[in-house]
Design a protein around this ligand. Structure first.
Ligand code: HEC
Ligand code: HEC
Length: 352
């Protein structure tokens, strides 16, 4: 049994206990806590960059503003679009320098819950990662861009009021990171079901959770662990190992460390387990964008992946029926939150 299911049962038991026992001060029966609004754990927020609503708003504007690039034509949105689940719908994107990226633009949903960033986890903080993306993907000379942004009165005022600072490269990175942290996938129909709303999901989705989590079914929870539906670890599931020159992922990153850890090679071909929350919203899939649809991605993992010397033994071929496969997909659909219609921010005009 996976733990959200367990929580539901404990929660239900507490509610029932509350009903059965008179609720007097002397009675030791625990009173049910009010239903938690969220199953998500606490987010890792650096002490020197706390989240505030005003900073999120500022970061949102910068995220969509091409004036943060040297060319004036790139922004974060170029590869992370709200309508594409904060990916870009492409297998591989092209960066500001005109080079095709070797890895697929990932979703930004729940990125704030990771402790290492990028497909291979090579970045230790979100702020470092955002700085790298700003320089390399968007194509920015941070100090020069900070000067440009600082000359826009609407921005200068907002940095002062939201962050108490003039516009600097660091402050831009902090605001962008804060906006990224606000992109949460939470309170999906499946969460509502777990919290006791029996009608929040279909019977197929309920059966699909069993297919997803049971040991003798697909057992996806070995790696896609609730509540984030990722263990935030790295596994080789064989993606790309049908080519002559596969991306060694985490293994290549570790091998280049000085000193390299002894077990670096065991991470060859390993990539960060992506979240299954809102997974329906951002095809294509995998670090190389090689699976065009969710069906294709699911069939690939069910097949046990391309064989290679480092293939994670937990990714076994899974024999499930067509009905169970459809239920599994229904469960993944139930993990999709209502994201509403995203409204792009109004950007401050250039100085006269
Ligand atoms: C040209 C396309 C492109 C642009 C522009 C771009 N990104 Fe990305 N982004 C990517 C790709 C590709 C990756 C994955 C790279 C890797 O893992 O090696 C990525 C990864 C990320 C991640 C890591 C997610 C994770 O799961 O670890 C974050 C966060 C992110 N980008 C935020 C941003 C922000 C903020 C901006 C603007 C400053 C931006 N990106 C601009 C393509 C882009
Ligand atoms: C051994 C750990 C492991 C198991 C078991 C596992 N996965 Fe994954 N899954 C991963 C990793 C790691 C990736 C990313 C691999 C890559 O891109 O190279 C991934 C990627 C995916 C993706 C693509 C997501 C995206 O954002 O690109 C889907 C969909 C998926 N898995 C579904 C499942 C399902 C359904 C099951 C059960 C049948 C399952 N996985 C079992 C580790 C695992």
């Amino acid at each position: 049994m996976s733990w959200p299911r367990l929580i539901s049962i404990v929660f239900l038991a507490a509610v029932l206990a509350g009903c059965a026992a008179p609720d007097t001060a002397d009675d030791a029966a625990p009173v049910a806590e009010p239903a938690a609004a969220s199953f998500l754990p606490e987010m890792n927020v650096p002490a020197d960059n706390p989240i505030t609503d005003e900073k999120i708003e500022l970061g949102k504007q910068l995220f969509f503003d091409t004036r943060i690039s040297d060319s004036g034509t790139f922004s974060c949105e170029t590869c992370h679009l709200p309508e594409m689940g904060w990916g870009d719908g492409l297998a591989l994107s092209t960066n500001a320098a005109g080079n095709v990226n070797t890895r697929h633009s990932p979703t930004l949903y729940n990125v704030g819950y990771y402790t290492e960033f990028y497909w291979d986890g090579r970045m230790p903080t979100l702020e470092d990662q955002v700085l790298a993306a700003w320089r390399g993907q968007v194509g920015a000379t941070p100090d020069a861009v900070a000067e440009t942004i600082g000359a826009i009165p609407g921005y200068a005022e907002q940095f002062e009021s939201a962050m108490g600072t003039a516009v600097t490269a660091d402050a831009i990175v902090d605001a962008l990171s804060t906006f990224v942290r606000s992109l949460e996938a939470d309170n999906s129909p499946w969460d509502q079901y777990e919290l006791g709303d029996a009608n929040a999901v279909s019977a197929d989705a309920i059966a699909g959770f069993d297919v997803f989590s049971l040991e003798d079914k697909a057992n996806c929870t070995l790696c896609h662990l609730p509540p984030l539906y990722t263990d935030t670890l790295y596994h080789n599931i064989g993606v790309g190992f049908d080519s002559d020159d596969p991306d060694m992922g985490r293994g290549a990153f570790l091998a280049n460390q000085d000193p390299a850890p002894d077990d670096a090679a065991t991470f060859n071909g390993a990539f960060k387990t992506p979240t299954m929350r809102n997974v329906t919203l951002h095809p294509p899939y995998f670090h190389d964008g090689g699976a065009a649809t969710l069906d294709e991605a699911v069939d690939y993992v069910l097949s046990g992946g391309h064989f290679n010397p480092w293939l994670d033994e937990r990714l076994m071929p899974r024999e499930i029926t067509d009905e169970e496969r459809a239920q599994l997909i229904a469960f993944l659909e139930a993990l999709t939150s209502d994201t509403g219609d995203f409204v792009r921010p109004t950007l401050p005009p250039d100085a006269e």
